[in-house]
Design a protein around this ligand. Sequence first.
Ligand code: NDP
Length: 293
Amino acid sequence: MQILDGLAVSAHIKEQLKQEVSDLKANGRKAPHLAAILVGNNPASEAYVGNKVKTCEELGFDSTLLRFETSITEEELLNEVKKLNENESVDGILVQLPLPKHISENAVIDTIAPEKDVDGFHPISQGKMVLGQPGFLPATPYGILLMLEHYNIDVTGKHCVVIGRSNIVGTPMSILMSRNANPGNATVTMCHSKTKDLKAMTLQADVIVAAIGRPRFVTADMVKEGAIVIDVGINRIDDATRKSGSRLVGDVDYDNVAPKCAYITPVPKGVGPMTICGLMKNTLLAAKNRSNA
Ligand code: NDP
């Protein structure tokens, strides 16, 4: 069994990105600039955005964090996004989800200029991904592809079972695994809460991608020997042995599943750091595209 070490792979990719940014600057070009919007003070969202801003600093990117109270109206937020669209110095825009209930996430995502959509959630980005055209891939699936690439894991012809069909993880992951490209060319089954006999599906899987949002949902009896398991889930559970009183676990029962696997991603330090790499690579691409436009 080999652990797919997201922290190590992301450190490697970040070194490459840092070098590219320093080369850009040496050639008189400006640093890529990521603008992030955070509404409210949900602790998980704070941590995710904080990490993204910190990574920008590490890599020599410029970053701007705009914070708003949960009382902001949809119209006001859309205006803030429009201002970033028009701001020439900004290359990439991300709006941290979830947003308060009174704001339509779709309306916000649709308002981001497609050429600055570094999270890859805009319908144009998703459409390009489906059609196999170059564009911004959603950051988490992109990060998973980068991880597979790094470890030279070939999924061609393998049966990949994706659990979850969200627009940001499960659906794009299913499309990317089945596309005629590398990594890709897998045979994909997409499962969700209405799937009958999920275990019968996962037991056939050479590759399982778990993006459910339920702690340790995928148990050892659901996984065949030698499977590749990618755990996207981030779930906080109580743990009295920790100072904080809680800890993070994935959607996979890691301790019992890992011994059966050829490869597995841990949580934390698996897919999470790779997601940030996907976002940073998209931001660099946005900056390059815009300066060549
Ligand atoms: P969503 O809640 O949007 O989607 C969850 C999916 O799981 C849905 O499609 C749902 O089915 C399916 N599901 C729920 N219960 C079951 C069940 N009993 N059997 C089969 N399928 C089920 O979550 P996200 O895709 O946004 O995120 C999934 C997880 O990944 C979360 O833990 C999240 O925190 C984490 N995450 C981690 C990231 C990272 O960087 N590592 C990035 C993004 C997310 P249905 O559609 O029928 O409701």
